[in-house]
Design a protein around this ligand. Structure first.
Ligand SMILES: C[S@@+](CC[C@H](N)C(=O)[O-])C[C@H]1O[C@@H](n2cnc3c(N)ncnc32)[C@H](O)[C@@H]1O
Length: 326
């Protein structure tokens, strides 16, 4: 049974009002920024799927390898008796999770999957794709923010037992925010429940830098697309030609930061506001945090979890860590 929740991207007021307020909050700061969760409209979803397949973006291939080749070890870790209920935060197209789900449906009687995602387009894609490939799987989607989704599931009595947070989505938060995120996620769980989280590890800085600055310019288009989205949905007048994409990986902090750089001094108009850009001024678009294994263990112990098992790809570039709620 497929169920998309209440919200609809085409609605005018509440969703766009939040979008507008979040955008203004970021663009009125001295160091301008935009919230990366707004990357994912229909075009942003397509661009992200293309990024996942581009040669430089190793993260998807590493995690896919883990989920495909180690699924027999993973499956018993996420099941309880004959029934398996998985909740996935920011599920995207579910193409990597497919491998784990395929293993689960062939070994367990009832497998229910609750993907939660802020993009309704990608959820529809996921439902069609997984529904077709795994007809035995019961899919119950939630369209909305991570914690709105967890709260809605809790209200419906679907207390999660296992939560997946894959794809290094956790890296799209600064470290302190990621800690708070885990504490909040823990508050939806009972002792003994599990989470499986994907972390990208620190490695040769050139490999990381290239992953966010691909030759084909997909990451550039992905970032610029947020300007196009603001023009369409917020009635702004960004000239996309006046911005260039730039990314910088700082190996001392493990933080990769993406920016749009204003190429000229100019002003962008919104219906109720105007935002001035100096020549060379930056908009901070996204952070992609890389971790040391010891930092990941520390995060578990500081947020109410105990590390159970670590699944690593052959090159040792990426990990999916299984934690148990203490
Ligand atoms: C980088 S993609 C990764 C997708 C998937 N986890 C994977 O590994 O392929 C991030 C996904 O999280 C979703 N997302 C981002 N912020 C979100 C939020 N605050 N609440 C719910 N979903 C969110 C996006 O729509 C997108 O599908």
């Amino acid at each position: 049974m497929y169920m998309l929740s209440k919200r609809d991207d085409s609605s005018t007021s509440p969703v766009n009002r939040n979008f507008y307020d979040d955008v203004m909050c970021g663009l009125r700061q001295t160091e301008k920024s935009l919230p990366s969760k707004y990357f994912y409209d229909a075009q942003g979803d397509v661009l992200f799927q293309q990024i996942m397949h581009c040669p430089e973006y190793y993260l998807t291939r590493c995690e896919e390898e883990i989920l495909r080749e180690q699924r027999e070890d993973l499956a018993p870790c996420v099941s309880l008796g004959d029934d398996v209920t998985l909740v996935e935060l920011g599920a995207g197209d579910g193409s990597k999770t497919f491998h784990l789900l395929q293993c689960l449906v062939s070994n367990y009687k009832h497998v229910t999957y609750h993907p939660i995602d802020i993009s309704s387009h990608i959820l529809k894609h996921l439902e069609a794709d997984l529904g077709n490939k795994l007809p035995e799987l019961s899919i119950d989607s939630y369209h909305g923010d991570y914690f709105e989704g967890l709260a809605a599931l809790q209200q419906q009595g679907h207390t999660p037992k296992v939560v997946l947070f894959l794809g290094a989505n956790i890296g799209n938060m600064p470290k302190a925010e990621a800690m708070q995120f885990c504490i909040r996620m823990r508050s939806f769980l009972n002792k003994g429940d599990k989470v499986l989280i994907g972390f990208d590890l620190v490695k040769n800085p050139r490999i990381i830098q290239a992953a966010y600055d691909d030759e084909a310019g997909l990451t550039r288009r992905f970032n610029i697309n947020l300007l196009t989205r603001m023009n369409r949905e917020l009635d702004a007048d960004f000239n996309e030609e006046l911005f260039e994409h730039y990314c910088h990986y700082d190996p001392t902090s493990g933080t990769c930061s993406s920016y749009l750089v204003s190429l000229l001094e100019h002003t962008v108009l919104f219906p109720e506001d105007e935002i001035h850009f100096d020549k060379g001024e930056l908009i901070h678009m996204e952070v992609s945090q890389k971790y040391l294994p010891s930092e990941i263990d520390h995060m578990a112990s500081e947020t109410g979890f105990a590390p159970v098992k670590t699944f690593t790809d052959k090159r040792g570039w990426f990990v999916d860590v299984l934690w148990e709620a203490k």
